[in-house]
Each structure stands twice: as C-alpha cells, then as structure tokens.
Design a protein around this ligand. Sequence first.
Ligand code: SAH
Ligand code: SF4
Length: 371
Amino acid sequence: MVNLLDLDAASLTAFFAIHGEKPFRARQVLRWMHRFGQADFEAMTDIARSLREKLKGLATVAPPTVVADRLADDGTRKFLFDVGGGNAIEAVFIPEDDRGTLCISTQAGCALDCSFCSTGKQGFNRNLTAAEIIGQLWQARHALGAYPPAANPVERVVSNVVLMGMGEPLANLENTVMALHLMLDDNAYGLSRRRVTVSTSGLVPAMDRLRDECPVALAVSLHAPNDRLRDELVPINRKYPLRELMPACLRYLEKAPRDFVTFEYVMLDAINDSEAHAQELLALTRGVPCKFNLIPFNPFPGSPYRRSPAPRIRRFAELLMSAGVVTTTRKTRGDDIDAACGQLAGQVLDRTQRTTRRSFVLHQNRHEVCG
Ligand code: SAH
Ligand code: SF4
C-alpha cells in the first residue's frame, strides 16, 4: 500500500500513470487530500467509482496520529504525534495578529548533537517520511478548523510554516523537499515561498541542493561568531566551518525568495553573549544580507548552560541594530503548555523499553515564537 501523503504532484502523477490513470485524476486526488483534508477515497465524489475502488486496493491516506493536543492561554497550540516505535514528534501552532505559524519537525531526534539542544541530546532515531512531515500540517489544519466546509473564512489559519521543530531538515532533504513541494503547490496548500522557512545548522552541500530544488526562506543557526566556539556548540561546524558556511549563504541568496538570510543565535549566559561576540558577529556577517533572531536559551534538565540575562540580550540586540542589522528577540509563548523551540520533542524516557512503555515526557519549558 502506498501512502499518498508521501507524494508531491509529480510523484502522484507518476503513480497514477503506472496504474493507467490520467494526470488530471492525480490532480483531483491531490486537491481532495490537501485542499479539502479528505482521507477517505469514498468521499472523493467527483472521481469515478471504479477509480475509487482501485485506489482503495492500492493506497492509503495516512497522516501521523495525534496523541496530544494542548492549548495555551495565549492561543499557542501544541500537537504531539506518535510516529511508531516509541517515537513522538511535535508541531506547534503560534497565532499572531497578522499570521498563524506552524512549527513542524522533520526527524525523530537529531544526529547533530548541538550542545544546547535537547533534541540533539536525545540522539537520532529516524528521518520522518514526507507523509509524516506534511501530515503535521494536515492534522493541524484539521484541528484548527482550516479545512472546508468551515474553511473559507479562515483558510489562512496556517499562513506560515517553519521547519524549526525536531530534527535537521537538510539531513532529511529528499522527504523535506517532497513536503515543501506540497506546501507550495496551488492544488495543495498554496503557501508562498516567502512564508515557508527552513532552519538549518549549516549543512553546506544540502543548502546548495535546497537552493536548486526548492528555494524557500532560509534561517541558519549560527550561534557563535567564530569556529572555535561554534565547533563546540554546533559540532557540524567541524565539517562545514564558517569559511564555507558564509559563502553558502550568499549562494543561497541568489535564488532565495527573500533577499536576506535569518541568522538564529541562541543566547547563552557568559558563553556567546558579550559585546566582543556581537562585534565579531558583525564582522563575520558583513557582506551577507541578513537579519538576526536572538533566541533566549531554553534550559532543560542536565543542560550545562543558563539563559543570558534580559539586559544582556537587549544590549546584544542594540549593538547589532546600531550597526544597521535588523534584529529580533524571540518572545516567550505558550508558557502553560511546556513546549520549547528547538526542543520540540515528545521524548520517550526509557528507550530500552520502547515497546512496552510509551509515556511521552514533555519538557518543563516554554515555547519561543518561531520564525
Ligand atoms: N535543526 C535545525 C532546526 C531545528 S532547531 C537547526 O538547528 O536550525 C530550531 C532552532 O532552535 C535552532 O536555531 C536551534 O539552534 C534552536 N534551539 C535548539 N535548542 C535550543 C534551546 N535549548 N534553547 C533555544 N533555542 C534552541
Ligand atoms: Fe539538531 Fe538543530 Fe538541535 Fe542541532 S539545534 S541538535 S541541528 S535539532
């Protein structure tokens, strides 16, 4: 059985062709699934009964199962998905006045082991399938009432998507690109490239591939202004150091839908937050059209770091801004539902008992607005 949520328009058309069906039939099914949120072939009423029967024998429409759905006082809503094998992933919806942003995951765990990230500490379990990536949007839209018939007035409930949840999107490039195609497709979610952001820790070859295959807005997790410190915080820097990362950002901008890269910078007390660091950061990024997004560190049990005090974060932002670089500091959202950006892990505590024990332990942390 093929899960049709795994297929973008081109792949779905190819699948239909193999089974002797015309491209417009694939388009119809694509619309049913993604524009109308329909998983039941029987309900796809303008499709010939014979084709519906055929599809039932060949395929499913199977998004990941929502196992928890929590709403914070400020409207932030967190969805926890069971993706089998004791793995859980999360998506977080952040409503704001002018947009609704869904932050989604691309891997269960992450292999890159950044020293300040609890997902990294959890280790790598597996890549999410395209169906599991796009399925987070599919399920969130259902939960938010964004599919017809209720949909029309609130069709843009989810107006932006950021791939800033669990995992490194560019380490799961193929499935991520498949899901991105669906987000952008007018027969599916029809989001503009500017409203879809991939966040990467800096996998240089994959940044080039993303630029060529599906350029969307790019955020790069910089976190340090020199290799010595970045090697420690973001170990993938040892493979792709700053002298390779910065030119890769410039190459990306040749095709990017926005004319800047967003540099994310986690604020770690006495580690990377001094005035000298800010000056070094400005020197490093000179010549790269960019904005900065400062992320106050979210502590988690066992982490060796502390969040920079608010006045130091303000001072750091001022220094960057006085040099003319637009700088934002992430707001804290969803305090009462214990979610945190970069820590969007429904973590299974005891992995040795993964088949018998499926208690999802959520971090005692807070959610930061993504993007
Ligand atoms: N793997 C990708 C995207 C997921 S992480 C990446 O690293 O960019 C999304 C963002 O959250 C990244 O900028 C990441 O560095 C940041 N992050 C991770 N752990 C964090 C923590 N404990 N506190 C604050 N931000 C964190
Ligand atoms: Fe992976 Fe991103 Fe966490 Fe680093 S910050 S361990 S790349 S999820």
